[in-house]
Design a protein around this ligand. Sequence first.
Ligand code: SF4
Length: 295
Amino acid sequence: MANPKKKVLENIEGEFFVDSTCINCDTCRQLAPALFEDAGETSFVQAQPQTPEEFRAALQSLIACPTGSIGTLHKNSSSEIMDDFPILIEDDVFYCGFNSPKSFGGNSYFVKHPKGNWLIDSPKYLPQLVRQFEAMGGVKYIFLTHQDDVAEAAKYAAKFGSQRIIHEEDRAAQPDAEILLKGQALYEMAPGFILFPTPGHTKGHCVLLYKDRFLFTGDHLWWRRKRKQLGASQGVAWYSWRKQTESMERLLRFNFEWVLPGHGQRMKLPPPEMRSELAALVNRMKASLETRWGY
Ligand code: SF4
C-alpha cells in the first residue's frame, strides 16, 4: 500500500499520489496518460481525476501498479474496480492488469477462444484474476514471449493444467515448460495463432500473431507515446541489437493492426500505416548499426 509520507515531490496536490517505491514501469502512464507523467526515476500525478471515467482509470492504474506505489484518499470500492480486469481491448483480446514486479511491471494479455484460451506472459497470481479466468473457461496455453516476463506462469499452469510455451533458448526461466519452440521456424499452434522467434532482446524472444491482427510483442517492439512512432531499444537488447534488427525486418512479411507489448504503449493502426511505421523503424535500426552510438 502506498505511503503518503513517501509521496514523490512532483505529485500535484489531491486525492491520488505516487510514492517513492515506484519502479517507473510506465503502466499507470499507459492506462491514464492524462493523469500520470514520468519524473525520470518515478511516475507522478500530474493531474487529479475530475470525471467518473478519470477516477476509474486512476483506480485501475492503482490496481495494475506492480509495486502498490499509487495511493488515494478517495473513498472508493477498489474491489469493484478489481472486477474490471481483465479489461477488454478488442474482440476477444484482453489486458490482464495486476502487472507483476517479477517482470518489472510487464503487461500480460488474455485471449478468449472457443478452442481454448491463451494467456500471453503472466500477471500476478491473485484470486480475483483466477476467478475471472475460471469464469471465462480457464487457460489452455500460456505463451511466454521471453525469459524476463514469466512472473507466475507456473502457478497459473498448475491451477489450469495449461501448456506453457517458451523458446528453448530462454527455457532456463521456465525449465518445466510443456512446449519448447526451437530454431527460427514459424509455428501455427492453433488456427489463427502464429508464433515466431524474434531474437534480439533475448536469444529466445518470440512474438505471437493472432488472427493476422494482434501482434503480442513482448519486449521486442512497442509504441513510443511521445514520439508517436514504433520503437525498440538498443539499451535493452540484452542478446544482440543486430539480431533484433534482423528480427524486426522479418516482421515486415506480416500484416497486423495492433502492437500489444510487454513494456511500452499498445497501439492500433490501419495495417498499411502500421506497416509503414514498421518499415521506418527498421530503417532507423539499420542506420543505427552503422553508427557507434546506435539508435
Ligand atoms: S504503475 Fe506503479 S510502479 Fe509503474 S510507473 Fe506507475 S506508479 Fe510507478
